[in-house]
Design a protein around this ligand. Structure first.
Ligand code: NAD
Ligand code: UD1
Length: 337
Protein backbone atom coordinates (compact mmCIF):
# COMPACT_ATOMS: atom_id res chain seq x y z
CA UNK A 1 0.00 0.00 0.00
CA UNK A 2 1.50 3.30 -1.09
CA UNK A 3 1.12 6.95 -0.24
CA UNK A 4 0.72 9.16 -3.30
CA UNK A 5 2.80 12.32 -3.02
CA UNK A 6 1.66 14.99 -5.48
CA UNK A 7 4.26 17.69 -6.10
CA UNK A 8 6.84 15.39 -4.53
CA UNK A 9 9.71 16.88 -6.55
CA UNK A 10 9.17 20.38 -5.12
CA UNK A 11 10.78 22.12 -2.17
CA UNK A 12 8.59 20.74 0.61
CA UNK A 13 7.70 17.53 -1.28
CA UNK A 14 11.32 16.36 -1.54
CA UNK A 15 11.86 16.88 2.18
CA UNK A 16 8.65 15.00 2.95
CA UNK A 17 9.66 12.14 0.63
CA UNK A 18 12.89 11.77 2.63
CA UNK A 19 11.00 11.58 5.95
CA UNK A 20 8.45 9.09 4.61
CA UNK A 21 11.11 6.86 3.08
CA UNK A 22 13.22 6.98 6.25
CA UNK A 23 10.11 5.95 8.19
CA UNK A 24 9.84 2.88 5.95
CA UNK A 25 6.75 4.08 4.08
CA UNK A 26 6.12 3.29 0.42
CA UNK A 27 5.69 6.48 -1.59
CA UNK A 28 4.82 7.24 -5.21
CA UNK A 29 5.61 10.67 -6.58
CA UNK A 30 3.49 12.48 -9.16
CA UNK A 31 4.82 15.77 -10.51
CA UNK A 32 4.64 17.61 -13.83
CA UNK A 33 7.97 19.36 -13.08
CA UNK A 34 6.43 22.75 -13.84
CA UNK A 35 8.34 24.16 -10.86
CA UNK A 36 10.88 21.44 -10.11
CA UNK A 37 13.39 19.12 -11.74
CA UNK A 38 13.59 15.32 -11.90
CA UNK A 39 17.12 15.37 -10.46
CA UNK A 40 15.66 16.51 -7.12
CA UNK A 41 14.14 13.01 -6.87
CA UNK A 42 17.54 11.44 -7.57
CA UNK A 43 18.86 13.44 -4.60
CA UNK A 44 16.07 12.03 -2.43
CA UNK A 45 17.19 8.52 -3.44
CA UNK A 46 20.80 9.46 -2.67
CA UNK A 47 19.93 10.72 0.83
CA UNK A 48 17.72 7.78 1.78
CA UNK A 49 19.38 4.97 -0.16
CA UNK A 50 15.84 3.93 -1.12
CA UNK A 51 14.07 3.68 -4.44
CA UNK A 52 10.51 4.69 -5.28
CA UNK A 53 8.28 5.08 -8.30
CA UNK A 54 7.74 8.47 -9.83
CA UNK A 55 5.46 9.61 -12.64
CA UNK A 56 5.76 12.70 -14.78
CA UNK A 57 2.04 13.41 -14.76
CA UNK A 58 0.01 16.62 -14.70
CA UNK A 59 -2.89 16.51 -12.24
CA UNK A 60 -4.94 18.23 -14.95
CA UNK A 61 -4.63 15.05 -17.07
CA UNK A 62 -7.27 12.80 -15.48
CA UNK A 63 -6.50 9.75 -17.65
CA UNK A 64 -2.77 9.87 -17.00
CA UNK A 65 -3.43 10.28 -13.29
CA UNK A 66 -5.87 7.37 -13.28
CA UNK A 67 -3.16 5.16 -14.76
CA UNK A 68 -1.11 5.76 -11.58
CA UNK A 69 -4.05 4.47 -9.52
CA UNK A 70 -4.53 1.46 -11.79
CA UNK A 71 -0.85 0.49 -11.67
CA UNK A 72 -0.45 0.89 -7.90
CA UNK A 73 -2.31 0.20 -4.69
CA UNK A 74 -2.70 3.71 -3.32
CA UNK A 75 -4.14 4.12 0.17
CA UNK A 76 -3.70 7.84 0.88
CA UNK A 77 -2.30 11.07 -0.46
CA UNK A 78 -0.17 14.03 0.54
CA UNK A 79 -1.21 16.82 -1.79
CA UNK A 80 1.57 19.35 -2.33
CA UNK A 81 1.11 19.99 -6.06
CA UNK A 82 0.07 23.52 -6.88
CA UNK A 83 1.29 26.86 -8.10
CA UNK A 84 2.36 29.13 -5.25
CA UNK A 85 3.60 32.56 -6.33
CA UNK A 86 1.31 35.26 -4.94
CA UNK A 87 2.32 37.98 -7.44
CA UNK A 88 1.99 35.67 -10.43
CA UNK A 89 -1.44 34.55 -9.21
CA UNK A 90 -2.63 38.17 -9.43
CA UNK A 91 -1.36 38.44 -13.02
CA UNK A 92 -2.62 35.01 -14.12
CA UNK A 93 -5.64 34.18 -11.95
CA UNK A 94 -7.13 31.69 -14.42
CA UNK A 95 -3.91 29.72 -14.53
CA UNK A 96 -3.90 29.49 -10.73
CA UNK A 97 -7.58 28.62 -10.35
CA UNK A 98 -7.38 26.05 -13.15
CA UNK A 99 -4.16 24.39 -12.00
CA UNK A 100 -4.81 24.32 -8.27
CA UNK A 101 -8.56 23.64 -8.30
CA UNK A 102 -8.98 21.38 -11.35
CA UNK A 103 -5.89 19.42 -10.28
CA UNK A 104 -7.46 18.87 -6.88
CA UNK A 105 -10.85 17.87 -8.42
CA UNK A 106 -9.17 15.19 -10.54
CA UNK A 107 -7.11 13.96 -7.62
CA UNK A 108 -10.04 13.76 -5.19
CA UNK A 109 -12.28 12.05 -7.74
CA UNK A 110 -9.66 9.33 -8.16
CA UNK A 111 -8.93 9.01 -4.45
CA UNK A 112 -12.66 8.48 -4.00
CA UNK A 113 -13.01 6.07 -6.91
CA UNK A 114 -10.10 3.91 -5.71
CA UNK A 115 -11.12 3.96 -2.04
CA UNK A 116 -8.12 5.99 -0.85
CA UNK A 117 -10.08 8.57 1.10
CA UNK A 118 -7.25 9.99 3.19
CA UNK A 119 -5.62 13.27 2.28
CA UNK A 120 -3.19 15.71 3.85
CA UNK A 121 -3.43 19.08 2.15
CA UNK A 122 -0.84 21.89 1.97
CA UNK A 123 -2.69 24.99 3.02
CA UNK A 124 -1.11 28.22 4.16
CA UNK A 125 -1.25 30.85 6.88
CA UNK A 126 -2.34 33.13 4.03
CA UNK A 127 -5.93 31.90 4.71
CA UNK A 128 -5.93 34.03 7.89
CA UNK A 129 -5.63 37.21 5.78
CA UNK A 130 -4.68 40.12 8.02
CA UNK A 131 -5.15 38.58 11.49
CA UNK A 132 -6.69 40.81 14.15
CA UNK A 133 -4.10 39.58 16.68
CA UNK A 134 -1.22 37.14 17.10
CA UNK A 135 -0.54 34.33 17.82
CA UNK A 136 -3.06 32.82 15.42
CA UNK A 137 -5.18 29.82 16.41
CA UNK A 138 -6.99 27.56 13.95
CA UNK A 139 -10.40 29.08 14.76
CA UNK A 140 -9.44 32.59 13.58
CA UNK A 141 -11.63 34.09 10.82
CA UNK A 142 -10.54 33.23 7.29
CA UNK A 143 -10.06 35.63 4.38
CA UNK A 144 -7.68 36.07 1.49
CA UNK A 145 -6.27 38.88 -0.59
CA UNK A 146 -5.09 37.18 -3.78
CA UNK A 147 -6.00 34.32 -6.15
CA UNK A 148 -3.31 32.03 -4.71
CA UNK A 149 -4.80 32.41 -1.24
CA UNK A 150 -8.30 31.94 -2.68
CA UNK A 151 -7.31 28.58 -4.13
CA UNK A 152 -6.10 27.45 -0.70
CA UNK A 153 -9.32 28.53 0.98
CA UNK A 154 -11.49 27.04 -1.75
CA UNK A 155 -9.68 23.70 -1.56
CA UNK A 156 -10.09 23.68 2.23
CA UNK A 157 -13.85 24.10 1.70
CA UNK A 158 -14.03 21.49 -1.03
CA UNK A 159 -12.31 18.94 1.21
CA UNK A 160 -14.69 19.79 4.05
CA UNK A 161 -17.66 19.21 1.73
CA UNK A 162 -16.23 15.89 0.59
CA UNK A 163 -16.18 14.68 4.18
CA UNK A 164 -19.67 16.06 4.81
CA UNK A 165 -20.96 13.97 1.91
CA UNK A 166 -19.00 10.85 2.79
CA UNK A 167 -17.69 10.61 6.32
CA UNK A 168 -15.20 7.90 5.45
CA UNK A 169 -12.90 10.71 4.28
CA UNK A 170 -9.97 11.68 6.51
CA UNK A 171 -8.86 15.20 5.73
CA UNK A 172 -5.92 16.86 7.42
CA UNK A 173 -5.39 20.48 6.51
CA UNK A 174 -1.95 21.78 7.39
CA UNK A 175 -1.65 25.56 7.39
CA UNK A 176 2.03 26.22 6.90
CA UNK A 177 3.63 29.36 8.22
CA UNK A 178 6.97 30.27 6.53
CA UNK A 179 8.99 27.19 5.57
CA UNK A 180 12.73 27.82 5.21
CA UNK A 181 16.03 25.94 5.50
CA UNK A 182 17.07 22.74 3.82
CA UNK A 183 17.99 19.13 4.52
CA UNK A 184 21.20 18.80 6.54
CA UNK A 185 22.86 16.82 3.72
CA UNK A 186 22.92 20.00 1.61
CA UNK A 187 21.56 17.89 -1.26
CA UNK A 188 17.98 19.20 -1.39
CA UNK A 189 16.60 22.68 -0.79
CA UNK A 190 14.58 25.50 -2.26
CA UNK A 191 15.35 26.24 -5.92
CA UNK A 192 13.37 29.34 -6.93
CA UNK A 193 13.18 30.33 -10.58
CA UNK A 194 14.77 33.72 -11.32
CA UNK A 195 14.71 36.39 -8.64
CA UNK A 196 13.41 34.91 -5.36
CA UNK A 197 10.11 36.36 -4.08
CA UNK A 198 10.51 35.12 -0.54
CA UNK A 199 12.88 36.39 2.11
CA UNK A 200 15.11 33.43 2.89
CA UNK A 201 16.11 32.39 -0.62
CA UNK A 202 16.94 36.03 -1.26
CA UNK A 203 19.03 36.33 1.92
CA UNK A 204 20.85 33.10 0.99
CA UNK A 205 21.77 34.51 -2.43
CA UNK A 206 23.04 37.74 -0.85
CA UNK A 207 25.04 35.85 1.80
CA UNK A 208 26.76 33.75 -0.88
CA UNK A 209 27.55 36.77 -3.07
CA UNK A 210 25.09 36.03 -5.88
CA UNK A 211 23.18 39.27 -5.23
CA UNK A 212 24.67 42.49 -3.80
CA UNK A 213 22.14 43.34 -1.11
CA UNK A 214 18.74 42.54 0.36
CA UNK A 215 15.89 45.02 -0.08
CA UNK A 216 13.93 45.14 3.17
CA UNK A 217 10.33 45.97 2.34
CA UNK A 218 9.49 48.67 4.88
CA UNK A 219 10.68 49.50 8.41
CA UNK A 220 7.53 51.25 9.61
CA UNK A 221 5.42 48.21 10.52
CA UNK A 222 3.90 47.91 13.94
CA UNK A 223 6.56 45.47 15.20
CA UNK A 224 9.50 45.60 17.65
CA UNK A 225 11.92 47.02 15.04
CA UNK A 226 9.51 48.16 12.31
CA UNK A 227 10.21 45.27 9.91
CA UNK A 228 7.68 42.50 9.19
CA UNK A 229 7.44 39.60 11.65
CA UNK A 230 6.85 35.99 10.53
CA UNK A 231 6.93 32.47 11.93
CA UNK A 232 9.79 30.71 10.12
CA UNK A 233 9.75 26.95 10.32
CA UNK A 234 12.45 24.49 9.28
CA UNK A 235 11.30 22.56 6.21
CA UNK A 236 12.38 19.25 7.80
CA UNK A 237 10.17 19.93 10.83
CA UNK A 238 7.35 20.77 8.43
CA UNK A 239 7.98 17.55 6.50
CA UNK A 240 7.73 15.55 9.73
CA UNK A 241 4.33 17.08 10.49
CA UNK A 242 3.00 15.33 7.35
CA UNK A 243 4.04 11.96 8.66
CA UNK A 244 2.22 12.61 11.93
CA UNK A 245 -0.83 13.88 10.04
CA UNK A 246 -1.09 10.81 7.80
CA UNK A 247 -0.61 8.48 10.78
CA UNK A 248 -3.58 10.16 12.42
CA UNK A 249 -5.65 10.14 9.22
CA UNK A 250 -5.05 6.40 9.05
CA UNK A 251 -6.71 6.03 12.45
CA UNK A 252 -9.58 8.53 12.43
CA UNK A 253 -11.85 10.03 9.80
CA UNK A 254 -12.93 13.66 9.91
CA UNK A 255 -11.62 17.06 8.90
CA UNK A 256 -8.92 18.64 11.02
CA UNK A 257 -6.99 21.88 10.69
CA UNK A 258 -3.50 22.44 12.08
CA UNK A 259 -1.18 25.41 12.23
CA UNK A 260 2.32 24.28 11.38
CA UNK A 261 4.69 26.87 12.78
CA UNK A 262 7.04 27.32 15.71
CA UNK A 263 4.99 29.90 17.61
CA UNK A 264 7.91 32.35 17.53
CA UNK A 265 7.96 35.49 15.38
CA UNK A 266 11.15 36.94 13.89
CA UNK A 267 11.45 40.26 12.09
CA UNK A 268 13.33 40.72 8.82
CA UNK A 269 16.16 42.40 10.73
CA UNK A 270 16.20 39.54 13.27
CA UNK A 271 16.64 37.16 10.35
CA UNK A 272 19.49 39.18 8.85
CA UNK A 273 21.30 39.14 12.21
CA UNK A 274 20.60 35.45 12.82
CA UNK A 275 21.83 34.55 9.33
CA UNK A 276 25.06 36.47 9.81
CA UNK A 277 25.62 34.95 13.26
CA UNK A 278 24.90 31.38 12.12
CA UNK A 279 27.02 31.49 8.97
CA UNK A 280 29.68 34.17 9.42
CA UNK A 281 28.58 35.63 6.06
CA UNK A 282 27.57 39.25 5.58
CA UNK A 283 24.05 40.23 4.48
CA UNK A 284 24.12 43.87 3.35
CA UNK A 285 20.65 45.44 3.10
CA UNK A 286 18.76 48.59 2.16
CA UNK A 287 15.39 49.66 3.48
CA UNK A 288 12.95 50.22 0.60
CA UNK A 289 9.20 50.78 0.25
CA UNK A 290 6.65 48.33 1.64
CA UNK A 291 5.56 45.44 -0.63
CA UNK A 292 1.84 45.72 -1.38
CA UNK A 293 -0.23 43.15 0.49
CA UNK A 294 2.29 42.55 3.30
CA UNK A 295 1.10 42.46 6.91
CA UNK A 296 2.83 43.50 10.15
CA UNK A 297 2.91 40.26 12.06
CA UNK A 298 1.98 36.65 11.45
CA UNK A 299 2.85 33.81 13.78
CA UNK A 300 1.16 30.65 14.92
CA UNK A 301 -0.11 29.19 18.08
CA UNK A 302 0.98 25.62 17.21
CA UNK A 303 -0.40 23.99 20.39
CA UNK A 304 -3.10 22.01 18.61
CA UNK A 305 -0.56 20.20 16.42
CA UNK A 306 1.30 19.18 19.58
CA UNK A 307 -1.84 18.19 21.46
CA UNK A 308 -3.45 16.18 18.67
CA UNK A 309 -0.57 15.05 16.45
CA UNK A 310 2.24 15.00 19.00
CA UNK A 311 4.23 17.20 16.62
CA UNK A 312 6.30 20.22 17.42
CA UNK A 313 9.16 22.02 15.67
CA UNK A 314 12.61 20.97 16.84
CA UNK A 315 14.98 23.17 14.84
CA UNK A 316 15.75 26.74 15.89
CA UNK A 317 16.46 29.78 13.76
CA UNK A 318 20.21 29.09 13.81
CA UNK A 319 19.62 25.60 12.36
CA UNK A 320 17.37 27.08 9.67
CA UNK A 321 19.93 29.72 8.62
CA UNK A 322 22.88 27.33 8.69
CA UNK A 323 21.06 24.69 6.63
CA UNK A 324 19.85 27.30 4.13
CA UNK A 325 23.43 28.55 3.74
CA UNK A 326 24.83 25.05 3.25
CA UNK A 327 22.33 24.29 0.50
CA UNK A 328 22.92 27.63 -1.25
CA UNK A 329 26.74 27.36 -0.99
CA UNK A 330 26.81 23.78 -2.31
CA UNK A 331 24.25 24.50 -5.05
CA UNK A 332 24.67 28.14 -6.16
CA UNK A 333 22.48 27.44 -9.21
CA UNK A 334 20.02 25.19 -7.39
CA UNK A 335 19.59 21.89 -9.23
CA UNK A 336 21.08 23.46 -12.37
CA UNK A 337 19.82 22.92 -15.91
P1 NAD B 1 7.04 23.85 -5.14
O1 NAD B 1 6.65 24.68 -6.28
O2 NAD B 1 8.50 23.67 -4.87
O3 NAD B 1 6.38 22.39 -5.25
C1 NAD B 1 5.14 22.18 -5.85
C2 NAD B 1 5.30 21.05 -6.86
O4 NAD B 1 4.04 20.81 -7.50
C3 NAD B 1 6.32 21.37 -7.96
O5 NAD B 1 7.26 20.33 -8.05
C4 NAD B 1 5.46 21.49 -9.22
O6 NAD B 1 6.17 21.06 -10.38
C5 NAD B 1 4.28 20.59 -8.89
N1 NAD B 1 3.02 20.89 -9.59
C6 NAD B 1 2.40 22.10 -9.70
N2 NAD B 1 1.27 21.97 -10.42
C7 NAD B 1 1.18 20.66 -10.78
C8 NAD B 1 0.24 19.90 -11.53
N3 NAD B 1 -0.83 20.47 -12.11
N4 NAD B 1 0.45 18.58 -11.70
C9 NAD B 1 1.53 17.99 -11.14
N5 NAD B 1 2.47 18.64 -10.43
C10 NAD B 1 2.28 19.97 -10.24
O7 NAD B 1 6.32 24.43 -3.84
P2 NAD B 1 6.53 24.08 -2.31
O8 NAD B 1 7.15 25.26 -1.67
O9 NAD B 1 7.16 22.76 -2.16
O10 NAD B 1 5.02 24.05 -1.83
C11 NAD B 1 4.26 22.84 -1.77
C12 NAD B 1 2.83 23.18 -1.41
O11 NAD B 1 2.82 23.89 -0.18
C13 NAD B 1 2.13 24.09 -2.42
O12 NAD B 1 0.78 23.67 -2.52
C14 NAD B 1 2.21 25.46 -1.78
O13 NAD B 1 1.17 26.30 -2.19
C15 NAD B 1 2.09 25.11 -0.31
N6 NAD B 1 2.69 26.13 0.56
C16 NAD B 1 3.99 26.50 0.37
C17 NAD B 1 4.56 27.49 1.18
C18 NAD B 1 5.99 27.93 0.97
O14 NAD B 1 6.38 28.97 1.51
N7 NAD B 1 6.84 27.20 0.25
C19 NAD B 1 3.78 28.09 2.19
C20 NAD B 1 2.45 27.67 2.37
C21 NAD B 1 1.93 26.68 1.54
C1 UD1 C 1 4.54 35.21 1.24
C2 UD1 C 1 3.18 35.33 0.61
C3 UD1 C 1 2.23 34.37 1.31
C4 UD1 C 1 2.76 32.94 1.23
C5 UD1 C 1 4.17 32.93 1.84
C6 UD1 C 1 4.82 31.59 1.76
C7 UD1 C 1 3.03 37.63 -0.23
C8 UD1 C 1 2.37 38.97 -0.05
N1 UD1 C 1 2.71 36.70 0.70
O1 UD1 C 1 4.40 35.49 2.61
O2 UD1 C 1 0.95 34.41 0.72
O3 UD1 C 1 1.93 32.05 1.94
O4 UD1 C 1 4.99 33.88 1.14
O5 UD1 C 1 5.08 31.27 0.41
O6 UD1 C 1 3.77 37.41 -1.18
N2 UD1 C 1 10.82 40.56 2.66
C9 UD1 C 1 11.77 41.56 2.46
N3 UD1 C 1 12.54 41.48 1.35
C10 UD1 C 1 12.44 40.48 0.42
C11 UD1 C 1 11.47 39.48 0.65
C12 UD1 C 1 10.66 39.55 1.76
O7 UD1 C 1 11.89 42.49 3.26
O8 UD1 C 1 13.19 40.47 -0.58
C13 UD1 C 1 9.99 40.61 3.89
C14 UD1 C 1 8.50 40.70 3.65
O9 UD1 C 1 8.09 42.03 3.57
C15 UD1 C 1 7.95 39.97 4.90
C16 UD1 C 1 9.03 38.93 5.22
O10 UD1 C 1 10.22 39.40 4.56
O11 UD1 C 1 7.88 40.86 5.98
C17 UD1 C 1 8.69 37.55 4.72
O12 UD1 C 1 8.38 37.61 3.34
P1 UD1 C 1 8.11 36.30 2.45
O13 UD1 C 1 9.24 35.35 2.62
O14 UD1 C 1 7.81 36.74 1.06
O15 UD1 C 1 6.85 35.63 3.12
P2 UD1 C 1 5.40 36.24 3.48
O16 UD1 C 1 5.32 37.67 3.14
O17 UD1 C 1 5.10 35.86 4.88
Amino acid sequence: MAILITGGAGYIGTHAMVEFLNAGREVICVDNFSNSKPCALERVKQITGKDFKSYEVDLLDYDALEKVFVENKIESCIHFAGLKAVGESCEKPLLYYHNNLTGTFNLCALLQKYGAKKIVFSSSATVYGKPASVPITEDFPLSTTNPYGETKLMIERILKDLHAADNEWSVSILRYFNPIGAHKSGLIGEDPKGIPNNLLPYVAQVATGKRPYLSIFGDDYNTHDGTGVRDYIHVVDLAKAHLKAIERAEKVSGVEYFNVGTGVGYSVLDIVKAYEAATGAKVPYKIVARRPGDIDECYANPDKAYRVLGWRAENNIEDMCRDSYRWQSNNPDGYGE
